[in-house]
Design a protein around this ligand. Structure first.
Ligand code: SF4
Ligand code: ZN
Length: 419
């Protein structure tokens, strides 16, 4: 592998060769976010006067102020100004934080938005890496990779909990607005879907297909983001895919998509069905916000999230499931998804949709309750459907939840056998 050394003023080497580098907990000097402390990353478009180009500020403790093994909150707040910048590009640029930070030797970054999880290795600390250097890397990379739209960049790294929480609210509001921009767009109303190959640096055969009604499994690349990304970089990781040659409308299989996926997955995935979990499901890399898995005894499925560390009815925690599901392979019955896919009308449409969900963490259930209830009503599942879904307060063993599901007369019991 050729290491491309970009001239960035940090004491560690920066290059694509380090992208796949894993930093285990024992090798980390400091760890951020990851559910153990709050964390977020946010790119915000600003006007020419609201930014000081190249400025990096650390608000809160720096690396020398904390002990080996520390777990800290983090807020990576990036302001960008560009004459050709558009607010539609914020999400596209924000998603790159993951890749840019992983380029650093001794740096590790997982997930996105308010789920991000980072580590700095003991070696990197030894070499003199400072939190401020995250800013150096991001500024250099944004300017070198997006010169057409990025004129000025300013980065603030928050490590003080109260401020992280305060700024996180602003970021969450922006995520919400972005997610809602899709509005009434449906898969039928567009001629093109988009590919996303960004994660091939970690999972070389993985291909996401992003549609108006199916967000990328990281939850951070919507159809509009992919479209914007293609506008910025026409030869980049997001390509328009014409929908041609319907093979199965219900399951969401198109000949043109299959052909693309076959080539882009290095001939490892021959066909993909967008609207089912049971047959030719989309492959999973490692960034999924949530994972779904069948619960055969209940004729349904469960969903668990990155934030939920507890046991689940399939006998595995999120991290164990993640190890089994990831890596760019298709595994029928198991799939990584973006959380918003759950409240899409296309959510495993061919498998009867949300009516199949028998278990999900209480937090997820509550956060989606309003939208799930609306869909449940539309699909004739009743306005109390969400209360028929078990969660960890009901139980995590199959027997425990089966009793609850039967008592509530969960609709999955009367559906066709899932397989
Ligand atoms: Fe793109 Fe999918 Fe990776 Fe998200 S998970 S960055 S949509 S390839
Ligand atoms: Zn990924």
């Amino acid at each position: 592998i050729k290491i491309k050394i970009v001239d960035i003023p940090v004491p560690i080497t920066i290059g694509p060769a380090f992208e796949g580098e894993v930093i285990r907990k024992a090798d980390a000097y400091v760890e951020f976010g990851g559910g153990k402390a709050p964390g977020f990353e946010y790119v915000k478009m600003v006007g020419p006067d609201d930014i000081e180009d190249g400025r990096i500020t650390v608000v809160g403790p720096e690396i020398d102020d904390v002990e080996d093994g520390a777990i800290l909150p983090i807020g990576i707040y990036i302001k960008i100004y560009g004459r050709k910048m558009q607010s539609d590009f914020e999400g596209v640029l924000e998603r790159r934080v993951h890749y840019f930070i992983n380029y650093g030797e001794g740096l590790w970054h997982v997930a996105q938005r308010d789920l991000c999880w980072l580590r700095i290795s003991k070696d990197a600390k030894e070499k003199g890496f400072k939190f401020k250097d995250f800013g150096e890397i991001l500024i250099a990379k944004y300017k070198s990779e997006f010169p057409a739209i990025v004129d000025r960049v300013e980065v603030t790294i928050y490590t003080e909990e109260a401020l992280v929480n305060e700024k996180m609210e602003e970021a969450r509001e922006a995520y919400r607005v972005r997610d809602e921009r899709l509005g009434g767009l449906t898969d039928e109303s567009v001629d093109e879907f988009y590919s996303c190959l960004l994660c091939q640096s970690f999972a070389p055969n993985h291909v996401c297909i992003v549609t108006p009604e199916r967000v990328g499994l990281c939850g951070a690349v919507s159809w509009l983001d992919a479209k914007a990304s293609f506008e910025i970089t026409p030869t980049g990781p997001n390509q328009p895919l014409k929908k041609e040659g319907v093979v199965d409308e219900e399951k969401g299989i198109w000949r043109s998509l299959n052909e693309y996926v076959y080539t882009a997955s290095n001939q490892s995935v021959e066909e993909v069905a967008l609207y089912t979990l049971m047959e030719l499901p989309m492959s999973s890399c490692g960034c999924f916000e949530a994972i779904m898995a069948i619960v055969p005894e209940a004729n349904g499925l469960m969903i668990t999230t990155r934030e939920h560390s507890g046991m689940t009815p399939c006998g595995m925690t999120f991290s164990t499931l993640a190890g089994a599901v990831g890596g760019g392979v298709q595994s029928p019955g198991f799939m990584g998804i973006g959380k918003r896919y759950i409240i899409s009308k296309k959510f495993i449409k061919a498998d009867n949709g949300i009516g199949r969900i028998v278990w999900m963490p209480k937090d997820l259930k509550e956060s989606l309750r309003g939208e799930m209830t609306k869909i449940a009503e539309e699909q004739g599942l009743g306005s109390d459907f969400v209360d028929k879904i078990a969660d960890e307060t009901i139980g995590t063993a199959t027997e425990e939840i089966l009793f609850f599901l039967e008592e509530k007369q969960h609709p999955a019991f009367t559906m066709d056998p899932l397989f």
